[in-house]
Design a protein around this ligand. Structure first.
Ligand SMILES: [Cu+2]
Length: 133
């Protein structure tokens, strides 16, 4: 008989036939790709989470960050070398951060805060904290 009729009969008989499972897998793949698109920017580099400073290649990125008062800033070490995050007046002071380690500090006062890595003194960064309205 006609192939169409045979297929329809099989579809009605089983709820999750291979013909239905495939579009579901494609939908799941689409969702995964769509999610990845949000997390990854066009240049192929991971989009940094807001108020996150990445430590990579012996530098802080972004080297200068401006945030409103009350913001928690998180440093993440992406290097294979340990680094520290220490404010010039020791307002905050991290332990040595291994690869993947994070350090967070909440800025409760406005001002310009310079910090550096105590292991590699040339590694410096700035957080500017702006007063609320
Ligand atoms: Cu360092």
């Amino acid at each position: 008989m006609l192939p169409m009729q045979t297929d329809r009969g099989r579809l009605e008989g089983t709820q999750f036939s291979p013909r239905l499972r495939r579009p579901m897998l494609m939908a799941a793949a689409f969702v995964a790709l769509f999610s990845a698109g949000i997390l990854w920017s066009g240049n192929g580099q991971a989009e940094a989470a807001p108020n996150t400073i990445e430590i990579s290649n012996f530098s802080f990125a972004p080297a200068a960050l401006t945030v409103p008062v009350g913001t928690t800033v998180t440093w993440v070490n992406d290097d294979d070398e340990p680094h520290t995050v220490v404010e010039s007046n020791t307002l905050f002071k991290s332990h040595a951060l291994d690869t993947g380690d994070k350090f967070s500090f909440t800025f409760t006062t406005p001002g310009k805060f310079q910090y550096f890595c105590t292991i590699h003194a040339h590694m410096v960064g700035t957080v500017v904290v702006e007063a609320g309205q």
